[in-house]
Write a protein that binds this ligand. Structure first.
Ligand code: SF4
Length: 614
């Protein structure tokens, strides 16, 4: 346990000490001397971001639900706190017992975005834990990673003892139990990892090696030990109604990104947008029943005191019982003034009807994601919406009293032309015209349309995984073209940082040679790279140069279909043949309909939803 006096002194000096004190409603504090396994769970970002992540709350409660296991949280200390901790020699500690992270059996990281990787190194360093697994002996915690970035774990492979591929709540207790049992006998980390590697969904990177061709591409990924699977298949929960779901959530003392109940209504997505990694890795679609969701909502409302229930999923309007669910929730909690919110909207009147139901009074802004400015490009990316859908939805929304519209787009998508790019401006102007063409007496509120463009990052396990990202110059040319063409104060345009997207693309499609780059960047002071005020592109460029790594090789190069990809040894259930077919369809501008309408044989062989919606 760390020195409490020193900690108190430090907490007096930092902004938001509540980030570090724990003790929130519904948090656990177990006697660490009385449990068999101690698990430190880290979201490698600041407290307010990490505490808004539902996955953290699920794993935290799942482990703590077991009497003999303890799970405690650890986040990235904010810059001021880190400075004070380093000054006072305070090692990184968990929120619950203020125990040093290095004294835990496991340190698990949730890997939500690539630009958190330097924060992982910083957390290890603040915990006095060596970066590389080969430099850690048995006295250090087992370092494990899971979450969407674990689907290409290679850029951080050297730092982790193992990765969980797939849905963590399906495998984490199995892993901890194995550890508990082995710990009782003649434990060694090596022996534990050998047994763990036999569990479906567990990848131990030190048991694999990679050889390269002369041009730098991968020749082969091969195992170094016998008796372990050479293809790692993701773990998946088949029945969401019977899976463990917490009946309480930790309620922070301070404002976080999402101060509400996050209630997951289903997993997976059938729409088949070709840029979307989540749409592939979380297949197949699995819904929770309305009855089960009502039970969950009852528990969470009673145990948290929150006033909003947010219905979360990849595309909440696709939940087959959405109207029924929202009506039941609204009826049940009307007296208690608990509202319902939907984080994502589809471009159709049904979605707005649902929204109308749940936002009876408040007409806040509406957000739509056409993703591309022209129909041709929307077909390429398989975004199944048309301009007509947008016109109908926006017209309907104006009629119902909304006046502020946000439109999300991506630039740099495969086959994109200048015309597609300028289509972004055209759609924003079209929305403006739809508002002002209405009779004056029917125009409600203060109109504003905001078009927002992010820079496309090709992601593993998508049909676009082979496609090279635009260069930063190409992105900026497109961005300025749109920006310069908008000359109306009712229409605004904003865009994401192209430099940051370039780095994200390097790591998204990177291999294990990138670990040196990460160490170099961290040594040069990079951390909190996802935060624009701390992201330092020049430092990253220096780190690339000093490690002799060609960023364009990873980010901008279009890869051959036959090239061995760093993540080829992972099996998401969706076949490579399907991804290739979809890539070719994209280039030819052919769309693929939603697989609720017809199964597209994506390769998932135990898909319970196949044909259900026919
Ligand atoms: S198996 Fe068919 S229904 Fe299931 S996710 Fe794949 S394409 Fe969709």
């Amino acid at each position: 346990m760390i020195n409490k006096l020193k900690l108190d002194k430090v907490l007096m000096k930092v902004e938001k000490p509540a980030r570090y004190i724990g003790m929130e409603k519904n948090s656990y504090k177990k006697d660490l001397d009385k449990v068999d396994v101690k698990f430190a769970f880290s979201f490698p970002d600041v407290y307010e971001v990490g505490m808004s992540h539902l996955g953290l709350q699920i794993i935290y409660n799942l482990i703590n639900n077991e009497e003999n296991y303890a799970c405690e949280r650890v986040f990235s200390p904010w810059i001021d706190m880190e400075e004070e901790m380093r000054k006072e020699g305070i090692p990184l500690f968990t929120l619950e017992n203020k125990e040093e992270v290095s004294n835990f059996d496991f340190l698990g990281f949730t890997l939500q975005y690539e630009m958190s990787y330097t924060n992982i190194l910083n957390i290890l360093n603040l915990s006095n834990i060596p970066f590389k697994s080969k430099d850690r002996d048995d006295k250090y915690p087992i370092i494990i990673g899971g979450g969407p970035c674990a689907y290409n774990p290679e850029p951080i492979a050297d730092f982790f003892d193992l990765f969980v591929i797939g849905e963590g709540e399906e495998v984490i207790l199995e892993l901890i139990e194995l550890y508990k049992n082995m710990k009782k006998s003649n434990y060694s980390k090596e022996a534990f990892l050998k047994e763990a590697a036999k569990i479906e969904g567990i990848y131990v990177p030190s048991f694999f090696d990679v050889s390269y061709n002369d041009d730098g591409t991968i020749k082969e990924i091969y195992p170094l030990v016998n008796d372990i699977p050479t293809v790692i298949s993701k773990r998946m929960i088949s029945n969401l109604d019977t899976m463990y779901t917490p009946d309480k959530l930790i309620v922070p003392f301070i404002e976080t990104v999402h101060d509400r109940i996050a209630m997951e209504i289903f997993r997976g997505c059938t729409r088949g947008c070709r840029f979307c990694q989540a749409g592939i890795i979380y297949r197949p679609i699995r819904e929770k029943s309305v009855d089960r969701l009502m039970d969950i909502a009852d528990n969470l409302v009673d145990n948290t005191g929150y006033e909003t229930i947010s219905l979360t999923s990849l595309s909440s309007c696709d939940y087959s019982q959405l109207l029924l669910l929202t009506k039941q929730l609204m009826d049940r909690y009307e007296d208690r003034k608990v509202g319902v919110s939907l984080p994502s909207l589809r471009l159709d009147s049904f979605s707005i009807d649902v929204l109308k139901e749940i936002e009876k009074v408040r007409k806040s802004g509406l957000t739509f994601a056409p993703e591309a400015g022209s129909q041709r490009l929307r077909d390429v990316i398989n975004k199944g919406v048309t301009e007509e859908d947008l016109i109908n939805s926006v017209t309907y929304a104006f009629k119902e009293g909304w006046s502020r519209i946000k439109l999300y787009f991506m630039i740099g998508l495969p086959t994109e032309t200048d015309e597609d790019v300028m289509g972004i401006k055209d759609l924003a102007y079209l929305v403006k015209d739809l508002f002002f063409n209405r009779p004056k007496e029917e125009r409600k509120g203060n109109f504003k349309v905001t078009a927002s463009a992010s820079c496309f990052v090709p992601k593993p396990f998508t049909p676009f995984q082979w496609y090279g990202q635009n260069t930063i110059d190409e992105f900026m040319t497109k961005i300025y073209k749109i920006k310069d063409s908008i000359k109306d104060n009712k229409v605004s345009f904003n865009y994401h940082d192209a430099d940051l997207s370039y780095l994200e693309a390097i790591f998204a499609r990177g291999d294990r040679r990138l670990s040196e780059l990460l160490i170099k960047a961290w040594e040069k002071g990079c951390k909190y790279d996802g935060w624009s005020e701390y992201f330092n592109y020049e430092t990253w460029i220096e780190a690339l140069e000093e490690t002799n790594i060609d960023g364009a090789f990873y980010a901008n190069r279009t890869r051959d279909i036959n090239e061995v990809l760093p993540w080829d040894f992972i099996n998401t259930g969706v076949s490579k043949e399907f991804l290739i077919k979809e890539y070719k369809n994209a280039i030819e501008g052919k769309t693929t309909e939603d697989c609720r309408l017809r199964c597209r044989a994506c390769g998932i062989d135990d898909c319970a939803m196949r044909g259900v919606f026919n």
